[in-house]
Design a protein around this ligand. Sequence first.
Ligand code: ATP
Length: 289
Amino acid sequence: MDIEIKELEHRYQVHSPFERLALYDVNITVKEGTYLAIIGHTGSGKSTLLQHLNGLLKPTRGTVKIGDYLIKAGKKQKDLKAIRKHVGIVFQFPEHQLFEETVEKDIAFGPINFGVSREEAKQKVREALASVGLSENILEKSPFELSGGQMRRVAIAGVLAMEPEILILDEPTAGLDPKGRSEIMDLFYQLHKERNGTTILVTHSMEDAAKYADEIAVMHEGTMKLRGTPQEIFQSVEELHSFGLDLPQTLRFQHELERTLQVKLEKLSLTADDIVEQMKKLMYVGEKS
Ligand SMILES: Nc1ncnc2c1ncn2[C@@H]1O[C@H](COP(=O)(O)OP(=O)(O)OP(=O)(O)O)[C@@H](O)[C@H]1O
């Protein structure tokens, strides 16, 4: 399923003294199978944009197309349930939305709500639980007896159990420790590869955007300013700085290294291993000459 956004505008609290233009003239096509990271300073409109992708918010102008489903201003949306079946959102702190008395009931809630039989839901619950790396012996437990990290995984399993083709992640690692963060991000990356679907990640982490995404979109003050591969985006250093954004640590390190050693690596390195490889090559050339 491709996503096509055209001239999207969103105003909060229209026709009130508090009316606020949060998005304007946003245009983007996301091809099926892409892992897209959306980065941008706080308040730049990232969450507002995400909420248009499953009809939680309605455009005040422009259109959002999800496959053949069209969301547009002024149109009565009769297919919202179908859209939400295709587009799953993992919100920040998704564990705050757990509410059932057992883990099993919580994960099964979405599929049952979408009309799946109880038997089939049982199967989906087990698959989703395995895909987030949890064991079946927690199924009868209350979600509230679990650790924070386990609760987060249960909440993610609840979204995965609906088998959405498009998975949207709004800062899914907020509040986790570094180990938990990288475990969850690696898990989403692995799921992205296995599902063959589309993943859209909103993140403040330039490292995560560089490491996982095929493409990056940069939001600034309500509109999309840049779009490209991580290599392309992180070449626009001045522009990123003007949007209040920085480079991933590896690139900052590379620039520092180049300045100190008075050398120029041949390309931008988004991983530490790549920097080491390039340095080795440089040293080899140096030794030979
Ligand atoms: N419910 C609302 N009512 C009025 N204004 C809102 C509402 N939600 C967001 N806004 C405003 O819309 C703009 C965009 O907010 P949004 O939450 O989309 O930004 P963001 O890039 O996701 O920020 P963050 O990184 O802090 O989550 C901000 O100016 C915000 O104050």
